[in-house]
Design a protein around this ligand. Structure first.
Ligand code: THU
Length: 130
């Protein structure tokens, strides 16, 4: 299975009764392992979590902390980009060159790098004392 197929499969497990918008995310770690997540909504709406956050949690729980590639998939007219918060979450573990494949269940894809999705990212280097 490629990364899009992995994201597509886990998307079907999303818990999205409030938005009706199921999202799947697959991360290929630097070691080659694939880590999956789906959005998990909550009746207290702000407590819901994005698919990317779930995949990151699965990756870290598996002992991996470097991202090689990401795929996000949803049933939408155009490929859905990670939300702003998830861009920052991904950037904790993904360098600027990492490719993010955004896919629709109807076969459209758009690939961008982390640098394109989050230009001027806040990093640990910004906390160094001058
Ligand atoms: N969502 C994600 O899981 N990832 C994204 O990149 C965009 C939005 C989820 C959050 C919420 O459960 C639903 O999609 C509608 O916003």
């Amino acid at each position: 299975m490629d990364l899009v197929q992995h994201a597509s499969a886990v998307r079907l497990r999303a818990h999205a009764p409030y938005s009706g918008f199921q999202v799947g995310a697959a991360i290929r770690g630097a070691s080659g392992g694939v880590h999956l997540g789906c959005n998990v909504e909550n009746v207290a709406y702000p407590q819901g979590t994005c698919a990317e956050a779930g995949a990151i949690a699965a990756m870290v729980a598996a002992g991996e902390t470097r991202i090689a590639e990401v795929c996000v998939i949803a049933d939408s007219p155009a490929p859905v980009p990670p939300c702003g918060g998830c861009r920052q979450k991904l950037s904790e573990f993904a360098g600027p060159e990492v490719r993010v494949i955004m896919a629709t269940t109807r076969g459209k894809t758009l690939t961008m790098t982390m640098a394109e999705l989050l230009p001027g990212a806040f990093t640990a280097a910004h906390m160094e004392r001058p």
